[in-house]
Design a protein around this ligand. Structure first.
Ligand code: PLP
Length: 361
């Protein structure tokens, strides 16, 4: 977490620990903290304060839109499961294929939107596995022309560190965010809804968030989220250059030292903090084990179902060969990443791949 986000939360566990729905002065102070956080969040996200709904996480924000709009649902095959699973649950969804970079196929999106019963379309701004950036202006142009009745939602959970969301906000009706993706606390997120967009609440009860999301506010979490988001926005331009240079150093080291490394998405089509490669002839389960032993924390985004390793649904949508996809390695960089982290990670990966290929573990 960002240090300032942690510090901003602390009073709300102590002297400011009051329920903002109450009526005494401590409650009013807590409510004011939420109002200020809402103003800050709205400013960074390019929406009106009344459009900001605080949720418990990005998953809840996604689920709220996908469950709360009637009519058919359309999404891309590379979406996070927080979008894919509620669409599967509805049973009326159309999952549209992607191009080789994991971005939704616009012609197939137009075909899916031609059904007049479509009520909601969801296309992620940045892919969480491979880091591909969607062309949201092109997506919005298709949806507005072919399905003007539909609510256009974007899962922008992975966006704030890399993309100025103010450019995305006017294109869509709804956006999802999660604080732990930009140096805030886990367990707090945001859903934005443009004025006039009707979405049934997922959680009903005490009527908080103007009846759109009931439940006692996570005051400390909301304050920490806002602090982290403001700092992320302030630092974005400088961090983009610094982190892209570190990412390039890392990927160049892997490509230069290991045979058969494929960069899944070209660097100019993805966010700076994402280093995603597939290493041929290596099973990522074994690789991740060796990396973990050497204190390099990575992921592969493959799931082990009924004993059989399944490659990621994102790589499958991109058309990546199954064998190669089983060698997927995802290393991500952020505000705390340093040059020595990157150099050490590269050394450890090179060593581990060498050991696996030589059959020494
Ligand atoms: N959407 C994307 C693109 C994500 O990367 C994530 C988190 O990994 C989520 C949704 C879910 O967010 P949360 O972990 O806050 O529920």
């Amino acid at each position: 977490m960002r240090e300032r986000a942690i510090a901003s939360m602390v009073p709300y566990f102590g002297e400011m620990y009051a329920n903002p729905s109450g009526s005494h002065r401590f409650a009013r102070a807590a409510r004011q903290a939420i109002d200020e956080a809402r103003d800050d969040v709205a400013d960074v996200l390019g929406v009106a304060p009344g459009s900001v709904i605080f949720t418990s996480c990005g998953t809840e924000a996604d689920n709220t839109v996908l469950a709360g709009v009637s009519g058919g649902a359309v999404c891309s095959a590379a979406e996070h499961h927080a979008v894919l699973h509620p669409i599967e649950h509805r049973g009326d969804g159309v999952v549209v294929g992607t191009d080789a970079f994991g971005r939704i196929d616009l012609d197939r999106l137009a075909d899916a939107c031609a059904d007049p019963s479509v009520g909601v379309v969801s296309v992620m701004t940045v892919n969480n596995e491979v880091g591909a950036i969607s062309d949201m202006a092109a997506v919005a142009a298709v949806v507005r022309e072919v399905a003007p009745q539909a609510v256009l939602h974007t899962d922008a959970v992975q966006a704030p560190c890399w993309v100025d969301v103010r450019d995305i906000a006017p294109l869509v009706d709804a956006m999802s965010f999660s604080a732990h993706k930009f140096g805030g606390p886990k367990g707090v997120g945001v859903l934005t809804l443009a004025p006039g967009v009707a979405v049934d609440p997922l959680i009903v009860g005490g009527g908080q968030e103007r009846e759109r999301r009931s439940g006692t506010h996570n005051v400390a979490g909301i304050v920490g989220l806002a602090t982290a988001l403001v700092e992320t926005d302030r630092d974005r331009d400088g961090e983009l250059q610094r982190i892209a240079a570190l990412r390039d150093r890392l990927v160049d080291a892997l490509v230069g030292s290991i045979d058969g490394v494929v960069e899944t998405v070209p660097r100019d089509h993805k966010v700076a903090g994402s280093a995603h490669v597939c290493i041929s002839g290596v099973e990522n389960e074994a690789l991740l084990f060796l990396l973990d032993e050497a204190d390099v924390c990575a992921s592969a985004a493959s799931a082990c179902a009924s004993g059989a390793m399944e490659p990621s649904h994102v790589l499958a949508a991109m058309g990546v060969d199954r064998e190669l996809a089983l060698g997927a390695l995802r290393l991500t960089l952020g505000h705390t990443t340093t040059e020595s982290d990157v150099d050490r990670a590269a050394d450890v990966v090179v060593d581990a791949v060498g050991r696996l290929r030589r059959g020494v573990s």
